[in-house]
Design a binder for this molecule. Structure first.
Ligand code: ADP
Ligand code: ZN
Ligand code: ZN
Length: 732
């Protein structure tokens, strides 16, 4: 009898698969994508079957047998797509597959996979927990379940500080709690009774919908370019409706779920069918449930962040990427991939259209339109009655400034508040002040683990590093000269908030950054205040540049645009322009016209000039010409090889060894470095990098395929942590 050998992808950072024998009791062919419990060294792991063979490079009597084959395989389409992705991004296949599987399918404990979810019934939702005062545990459980409207699983219940089983049973008996098993469709979603009426599309929207709809049976990439408020979401909604009518599924990717509640509620309001929303607040059972529902065509609308791209789709019809320029589509660690670029590949393999929308498309996508690879669809007017905001550069050179605000901006704030409108101030720097300086000797307080300064956080009275999370008390005196006069230099959102509170003591100032919104529910509360008009002045970091309509905001102040004008990263101007236009787009979305004031010391800067006087499209055009002159992407392909170690000399040494291998492929690829990374030391580790440039992605791939999987054989490979980043978005 011939041996049955299965090639298994194992979740370890190695560029190969491992051979195992099929379990002896297994007679059928084993489908690729099947999950298998294996012994790997001393550990038991779940691997994925890639293929079956009759021979192995390892003697058959040395091979171990698979312990168990598990149900719920990775569907073949998804498996092959992930194999492609792992190979393009030069990531170990086992890690890529592991990244795409829901956590419960990666766990060996089968109890967990079959775990249940408990959710309140309609009656349970209406109960007042206080009425259960004679059963305090039941009351507490009821309260918890009322807070977790999507249900709780065992692991969540186990976190309660009492034994919950009896109380749960009591609530089940009352008919207030239902137990959902994974085959229950619709558990994640609420059914709605009515479908909201839809607006009549304007000509441009209609053209966009008709064009994409005409191609629903084929692959085609579309770029929907429209200023904020021009009705892109409405285009998505009406296309998704057509896909539903064909009994097919739509996958919609958004940059961050918490920051796009409006988009999701518009989908929920429009359609009376289940929607799977994959957000970070889901527990593992809910995530698995959503995965299974998509796989079994029990949901036709799936909305999620970048990793939702790896959702199995029974009847794929359309992929939409909202805010396609957003950098959060790039995963920056472990499995490094770009969800927008990969969505294109998946849509092509599925032979369905891909629709990418943005007010400020990436230069890459605009280039692809120029090349005829994407079809461009434009929305040039704001839908409804809203007018586009007026942008104004404010030259603050030699002007009196207080805590980052010029007199002119303060006057505009006063005026806006007097008109009972809201103000939004944009400052992309958290904390109180980014530098603590000794007035006597000039010492500045560094992070002990990074080449960076510590930021003072007034609210928590702590110095914090924004790169490694290091925290410490502010010193009483300068460690160099013992002087007690230490000054906070620079302005963060906390300091701005404090200043505005003293300027406008009777106004409600609301700061929205990751420090004030980290607690569960706090972001929703802040956003509700902003929408209702309860907050008068909103202070925000980049969080506020995304996805929100603030209908009462009529003045946007951008405090510090200058710091991004002089970055060494070639993508910095693009990001700056996108952020500026996105923040500006938050103003005047209802019937009140908006005004945007940009404070700068460089009013003549060509980038700002082009952007303000000729708009984003003109800016993008000139920026693309600059990229071409400098041979940067999309006119070339890049890869960044990074290495880090606790000893300073090791990363450079390892990269020199890699350089030697790579240099065999010159001149098809050009090599720059190795150099120390822009912040050489971070979290106590030294970092170096080597940039690899090729004239095309194909040329880059050829070289990468040969070199990267073999890097672990280099002399110093096991002394460093190294990683490869194909199409890097950040050079840091
Ligand atoms: P975007 O996604 O481009 O920011 P939206 O789709 O959110 O734009 O549209 C902005 C506002 O205009 C929303 O309140 C939306 O309901 C409304 N709107 C969109 N299209 C139309 C239309 N054809 N007629 C009337 N109102 C519309
Ligand atoms: Zn000093
Ligand atoms: Zn640090």
């Amino acid at each position: 009898m011939t041996a049955r050998i299965l090639k298994i992808a194992v979740p370890v950072p190695l560029y190969k698969c491992f051979d195992y024998l099929a379990p002896s009791e297994c007679n059928e062919t084993v489908a690729a994508g099947t999950r298998a419990v294996i012994q790997f060294g001393k550990r038991q792991l779940i691997g994925i079957v890639i293929s079956e063979h009759a021979t192995s490079d390892v003697p058959v009597n040395k091979l171990r047998a698979i312990k168990q084959l598990l149900p719920q395989p990775l569907p073949a389409e998804l498996l092959h797509f992930l194999q492609w992705a792992a190979s393009y991004y030069q990531q170990p296949i086992g890690e890529a597959l592991n990244h795409a599987l829901p956590a419960l399918l990666r766990q060996i404990d089968q109890q967990q996979v079959l775990a249940s979810l408990w959710q309140l019934s309609e009656a349970g939702r209406l109960q007042n927990a206080d009425a259960l005062s004679r059963a305090p545990r039941q009351a507490e459980l009821l309260r918890q379940l009322q807070q977790h409207i999507h249900g709780m699983d065992k692991s969540q219940l186990d976190r309660l500080d009492f034994k919950w089983r009896d109380s749960l049973r009591a609530l089940e008996k009352k008919g207030w709690v239902m137990r959902l098993s994974q085959s229950d469709a619709g558990a994640l979603v609420q059914h709605r009774a009515h479908i909201a009426t839809k607006p009549l599309l304007n000509d441009e929207q209609k053209h966009a919908v008709d064009t994409v709809a005409a191609s629903l049976d084929n692959f085609q990439a579309f770029l929907l370019e429209g200023i904020t408020g021009s009705g892109k979401t409405e285009v998505y909604l009406q296309l998704v409706e057509q896909v539903i009518l064909k009994n097919e599924q739509s996958l919609i990717l958004v940059p961050e779920i918490n920051l796009t509640p409006q988009l999701i509620s518009r989908f929920e309001e429009r359609f009376s069918i289940p929607i799977a929303v994959l957000h970070s607040g889901l527990n593992n059972s809910q995530r698995l449930l959503a995965w299974q529902q998509a796989r079994d065509n029990q949901v036709q609308i799936i909305i999620g962040t970048r990793s939702a791209l790896f959702t199995p789709l029974a009847k794929p019809g359309l992929i939409i990427i909202d805010e396609e320029h957003d950098s959060s589509y790039k995963q920056q660690d472990s499995f490094r991939y770009h969800a927008r670029d990969l969505a294109l590949v998946r849509a092509k393999r599925l032979n369905i259209p891909l629709l990418m929308g943005s007010a400020t498309p990436s230069l890459e996508s605009l280039y692809n339109c120029q090349q005829g690879r994407y079809q461009r669809l434009a929305l040039t007017r704001r839908a409804g009655k809203a007018l586009p905001p007026k942008l104004q550069l404010l030259d603050v050179r030699r002007k009196p400034m207080q805590e980052g605000l010029s007199d002119h901006l303060v006057a505009a704030i006063k005026q806006t508040l007097a008109n009972k409108s809201q103000v939004l101030l944009f400052l992309n720097r958290r904390g109180y002040a980014p530098t603590l300086l000794c007035h006597d000797c000039g010492w500045v307080m560094p992070c002990p683990r990074c080449d960076a300064r510590l930021t003072y956080h007034h609210y928590r009275k702590l110095m914090r590093c924004h790169h490694c999370g290091h925290e410490t008390r502010p010193p009483d005196a300068c460690p160099e000269c013992q002087c007690k006069e230490l000054i906070n230099i620079g302005i963060g959102t906390e300091r701005l908030e404090q200043h505005l509170n003293s300027l406008f003591p009777d106004k409600h100032v609301s700061r929205i950054d990751s420090d004030t919104t980290s607690r569960k529910g706090s972001l929703d509360k802040k956003l509700a205040e902003a929408h209702s008009g309860e907050a008068d002045i909103l202070i925000g970091t980049q969080m506020l540049a995304k996805g929100h309509d603030f209908p009462h905001v009529t003045l946007v102040g951008i405090l510090d645009v200058d710091s991004s004008l002089f970055s060494s990263d070639f993508r910095a101007p693009e990001f700056m322009a996108q952020q500026l236009i996105q923040v500006a787009g938050r103003a005047g979305r209802a019937e009140k016209p908006g005004q945007v004031i940009i404070q700068t010391h460089h009013p003549e800067h060509p980038l700002l000039q082009t952007l303000l006087h000729h708009g984003y499209a003109a800016f993008a055009k000139s920026a693309l010409i600059e990229r071409q002159l400098a041979s940067f992407p999309p006119y070339s392909a890049l890869a960044l090889l990074r290495a880090e170690a606790t000893q300073a000399y090791l990363p450079g040494k390892f990269l020199e060894q890699a350089f030697e291998r790579l240099s065999l492929y010159q001149p098809a690829v050009e090599l720059f470095g190795p150099f120390p990374s822009p912040m050489e030391r971070r979290a106590g580790r030294y970092r170096h990098q080597l940039l690899i440039q090729a004239t095309s992605r194909a040329a880059l791939q050829q070289c990468m395929n040969k070199v990267i999987p073999a890097l672990n054989t280099l002399a110093d490979a096991n002394k460093v942590r190294w990683s490869i980043d194909i199409d890097p978005q950040s050079m840091l």
